[in-house]
Design a protein around this ligand. Structure first.
Ligand code: NAD
Length: 244
């Protein structure tokens, strides 16, 4: 498929997991793709790589401007960089709350702010935010993470309304448990990682974790001209965990 031929995309958190699978898929489907990441050292051609921290507005603006210049514009923004947090409201202090909201919510705001002037110039402008089933599922031990993704869901709906008349679509994906380096790190921290993985798989209605490629496929759909009439929606990619 070459449905992204001629389109220019920027993927935040694109060096690993869902972001990397998305960057690779968009490039394979014909897009010119730039990755923005804290550590883009693993990113190689044909992807362009920019080092930036989504909590640092100046570094985001510099990376987005450089990517738009190098690519010759921007049609697609994949707002994907994010970090996890575990615990109840009693387990995370204010500093932890500020840190996770800064990355997961404000990080997307900063990147969108920097990218919108470029997206307005595009005939196929789309933003896709990586949200989570945590936004709506009421998961235990995930108060802070869930609140951050709830904000991403609301932000997606509000931005869709704000920018639809400018020809910019805004959607999000809600993944379930995805087999990425992030989940690998959580499993490795368990006393018996293999047993923990088996238990995690057993909790999935499909008996397996979602793959990063499956989430990338959903993101690519929402970013592609094929979904040109779709904005302000959340697409669950959760192996039947929750749906919407
Ligand atoms: P990952 O850890 O494999 O990749 C995240 C990438 O984001 C890394 O390359 C990291 O360097 C980058 N990043 C982190 N903080 C950054 C910052 N401040 N500035 C720039 N880049 C930064 O994680 P993943 O599992 O691929 O997760 C990607 C997204 O998917 C996140 O938003 C996460 O909340 C969401 N998500 C993941 C799962 C899952 O089960 N893995 C489920 C639902 C949603």
């Amino acid at each position: 498929m070459s449905d992204f031929e001629g389109l220019k995309a920027l993927v935040t958190g694109g060096a690993s997991g869902i972001g990397r699978a998305t960057a690779d898929l968009l490039a394979a489907r014909g897009a010119q793709v730039a990755v923005l990441d804290l550590d883009p050292s693993s990113v190689d051609k044909p992807l362009l790589a920019y080092q930036a921290d989504v909590t640092d507005d100046a570094s985001v603006r510099a990376a987005v401007a450089a990517a738009a210049t190098e690519l010759g514009g921007l049609d697609v923004l994949i707002n994907n960089a994010g970090i996890g947090a575990q615990g109840t409201v009693e387990d995370n202090d204010d500093e932890q709350w500020r840190r996770v909201l800064d990355v997961n919510v404000l990080g997307m705001v900063r990147t969108a702010r920097a990218a919108l002037p470029h997206l307005r110039e595009s005939a196929h402008a789309a933003i896709v935010n990586t949200c989570s089933i945590a936004a709506t599922a009421g998961l235990p031990q995930r108060a802070l993470y869930s609140a951050s993704k709830g904000a991403v869901l609301s932000l997606t709906l509000a931005m869709a309304a704000d920018h639809v008349r400018e020809g910019i679509r805004v959607n999000c994906v809600n993944p379930g448990t995805v087999d990425t380096p992030w989940v690998g790190r959580l499993l490795d921290a368990a006393p018996d990682p293999a047993a923990e993985r088996a238990a995690l798989q057993a909790r999935q209605p499909t008996g397996r974790l979602v793959t990063a490629a499956e989430v990338a496929g959903a993101i690519a759909y929402l970013a592609s001209p094929q979904s040109g009439a779709t904005t302000g929606t959340a697409l669950a990619v959760d192996g039947g965990m929750q749906g919407l």
